[in-house]
Design a protein. Structure first.
Length: 491
C-alpha cells in the first residue's frame, strides 16, 4: 500500500494535517492505535479552550508568554542571531530547544485561517470564560469541546477520501537509501506487522504520558504515581517521539515537565478536578503541610501544586477546609469530581477517615489556625490574607478552618500531557540536530516541543491544529499540489 502522506494519530493535530493535505489533493492515510469508538486521544476529552480573542485574533498575551516562558538557557550571543532572517541563522540556533520567533509567530499568524478551516467543516465557537479563570482574557472554544472538532474533521476527511486505519500502531520510520523518510512500519491486530509507503509522515501521536518507562526516564521520581487525566492519554505511549529522536531529530520542549492537574483519585471521570486547592490546607500522608497553598491564583499554581503532590509519599494529599468554602460564588463549578467530600466534626475524626496520624494533623490544623490573622477574605483577588509566624506560610486566603465542621478531598496529580518533543520549522518540518529539515518528516501537536517552565494555558489544541494544518499544506506544496487556502477551499 502506498499513499502520499501517512499521519500517525487521530487527534486534533493529525486530523488537521489529514484534512488540509486531502483538500490539496494528496492521498492520505491516518493510523489510530485506539478502536474507532475511542479515536481522538486527548482531543476527544478536552474542552479545547483556545487562547484567542476572536476567530481572527489570538489573545494579546499569547506571543509574549511563549517567548517569556520558552527561553530555557539560550545564551545572549545565540539569541542575537534570531533578529536575522531565519535562512541565515546558524545551525545551532535553528536546532536549539527554545521557542524561536519563527515558531511562535507561525502559531499566532496561522491561527485565524486554521479557525476558518474548522468553521468550514462545521465547527461552531463559543466564548464563555473557562471556569478556572478569575480574570484574564476571554478564551474561545468549540461548542461541544474537542470531540466536536474530532467528529467534524473525521467527517471532512472521510468525504475527501482519507483512509482511516483503527487499532493500528505506527512503530518506526521507513527510510530510503539516502536516509529520507519513505513510510512507516506498522502493526495491527488484524494484519500483524506491515509496511506503509508514503512520501511524507506526519507524527501526531501525542506525548509519552501513557508510557511509564518514558515518564520515569524523563520526569523521574514518583512518575508512577501520576496517571493520564483522560482515557485518551493512555494511548499516547511516546513511540512517535522516540522514532523521530532515533532519526536524529532535534529535541525541544522540557522533557521532565508535563502539564499537571489536581484531581480526585476516587473519581472515574476524566479531569475530576479539585480546582480549589488555594482555598484550603493541603496535608500529606504524614498529616503535614508541604507547600504554600495560596502563593498565587489557582491557574498560575495548579501545575506546581500537582507536581508537588506527586513527589509526596504515595503521591497523595488531602485538601482540608470547612463548609464556608461552598459560600464562594460558583465554587461548585470548580469541583469536577463526582465523589462526595469526606466530612468530620473533629480533627481526630478527620485524621482517622483520611488515614493520617492524628497527633500530626491536630498539630497542623491548630498551628495553622493560630497563625491566621483578621483581614478581608476575597477570593476574586490576591487578598494578602497571609498566615503569620509559620515557617511554611499560606500567603493568601488564609482564614481559620472550623475544627468542628471539616471537609476533605483526596488529591493526586494527573498528567494532561507531556512537554518533551521535537523542534520544527514554521511549516512543521522536523528539524535535525544540524538545524535542517528532515525530508519527508513532520510533527504536530504534543509531539512538538513548545513548553518550558510552565504550560501556556489554552494553547495545546491550537498548537495541534495550526501545525497539523501547516504540515498538510507543506506536504501538498512539496508534491506540487496547490495547498488550499481558506478562501479557495471554501465548500
Ligand atoms: C481533559 C483535558 C482537558 C484539556 N483542556 C485543554 C484546553 O482547554 N485547551 C487546550 O489547548 N488543551 C487542553 N488539553 C490538552 C489538549 O487537549 C491536548 O494536548 C491536544 O488535544 C493534543 O492533541 P494531539 O492531536 O497532539 O494528541 P491527541 O489528541 O492525544 O491524539 C494523539 C492520537 O495518537 C494516537 N496514537 C498514539 N500513538 C500512536 C501510534 N504509535 N500509532 C497510531 N496512533 C497512535 C492516539 O490514540 C491518539 O488518537 C486538555 C486535555 C485533556 C485530556
Amino acid at each position: 500500500m502506498a499513499v502520499d502522506m501517512v499521519v500517525i494519530g487521530c487527534g486534533v493535530a493529525g486530523l488537521s494535517a489529514a484534512v488540509s493535505a486531502a483538500e490539496g489533493g494528496a492521498k492520505v492515510a491516518v493510523l489510530e492505535r485506539a478502536p474507532m469508538a475511542e479515536r481522538g486521544g486527548n482531543s476527544r476529552y478536552t474542552e479545547a479552550w483556545m487562547r484567542m480573542k476572536t476567530e481572527d485574533e489570538v489573545a494579546d498575551d499569547l506571543v509574549d508568554l511563549f517567548i517569556e516562558r520558552g527561553h530555557g538557557a539560550i545564551g545572549p550571543e545565540m539569541l542575537k542571531e534570531v533578529s536575522n532572517d531565519y535562512e541565515n541563522w546558524p545551525q545551532n540556533v535553528k536546532a536549539f530547544p527554545f521557542n524561536d520567533p519563527e515558531i511562535v509567530m507561525a502559531l499566532a499568524d496561522n491561527a485565524p485561517e486554521t479557525m476558518q478551516m474548522l468553521r468550514r467543516h462545521g465547527v461552531q465557537f463559543t466564548f464563555h470564560s473557562p471556569m478556572l479563570l478569575q480574570k484574564g482574557p476571554e478564551r474561545m472554544g468549540p461548542s461541544g469541546g474537542g470531540l466536536a472538532i474530532v467528529e467534524a474533521l473525521v467527517a471532512a476527511a472521510e468525504k475527501l477520501g482519507v483512509e482511516f486505519h483503527y487499532e493500528t500502531t505506527g512503530r518506526s520510520l521507513l527510510l530510503n537509501d539516502a536516509g529520507d523518510v519513505r513510510g512507516l512500519r506498522c502493526w495491527s491486530k488484524a494484519k500483524g506487522n506491515f509496511a506503509l509507503e508514503a512520501k511524507a509522515v506526519v507524527v501526531a501521536s501525542g506525548g509519552y504520558q501513557g508510557n511509564l518507562e518514558m515518564m520515569t526516564r524523563y520526569v523521574g521520581n514518583n512518575a508512577h504515581l501520576t496517571r493520564p487525566v483522560s482515557p485518551g492519554g493512555v494511548y499516547n505511549k511516546g513511540e512517535g517521539i522516540e522514532m523521530m529522536l532515533a532519526l536524529g531529530a532535534a529535541p525541544a520542549g522540557q522533557f521532565d515537565m508535563f502539564h499537571g492537574e489536581p484531581v480526585d483519585p476516587r473519581s472515574p471521570r476524566h479531569e475530576a478536578l479539585i480546582a480549589v486547592v488555594n482555598y484550603g490546607v493541603l496535608v500529606n500522608v504524614h498529616g503535614k503541610r508541604f507547600m504554600d497553598e495560596g502563593s498565587n491564583r489557582y491557574e498560575l499554581i495548579y501545575d506546581e501544586v500537582s507536581w508537588t503532590i506527586m513527589r509526596q509519599k504515595l503521591g497523595i494529599a488531602h485538601l482540608i477546609f470547612d463548609s464556608r468554602l461552598f459560600d464562594i460564588p460558583n465554587i461548585r463549578t470548580r469541583i469536577k469530581t463526582d465523589q462526595e467530600p469526606i466530612r468530620a466534626t473533629s480533627v481526630a475524626e478527620m485524621a482517622k477517615k483520611i488515614g493520617v496520624p492524628e497527633r500530626a494533623l491536630i498539630e497542623t490544623i491548630r498551628s495553622y489556625n493560630a497563625a491566621t490573622v483578621d483581614g478581608d477574605y476575597d477570593t476574586t483577588r490576591l487578598d494578602d490574607l497571609s498566615t503569620e509566624g509559620l515557617a511554611l506560610p499560606k500567603s493568601n486566603w488564609a482564614r481559620p478552618i472550623d475544627e468542628t465542621d471539616l471537609y476533605a478531598y483526596p488529591i493526586m496529580c494527573a498528567n494532561t500531557f507531556t512537554c518533551g518533543g521535537v523542534k520544527i520549522t514554521k511549516d512543521a518540518e522536523v528539524v535535525n540536530r544540524d538545524g535542517a529539515p528532515i525530508p519527508g518528516l513532520y510533527a504536530a501537536g504534543e509531539t512538538v516541543g513548545l513548553y518550558y517552565n510552565l504550560y501556556v494555558g489554552a494553547t495545546s489544541v491550537l498548537r495541534g491544529l495550526v501545525f497539523g494544518r501547516q504540515a498538510g499544506r507543506h506536504v501538498c506544496s512539496t508534491l506540487g499540489l496547490s495547498a488550499p487556502d481558506s478562501q479557495s477551499a471554501a465548500a
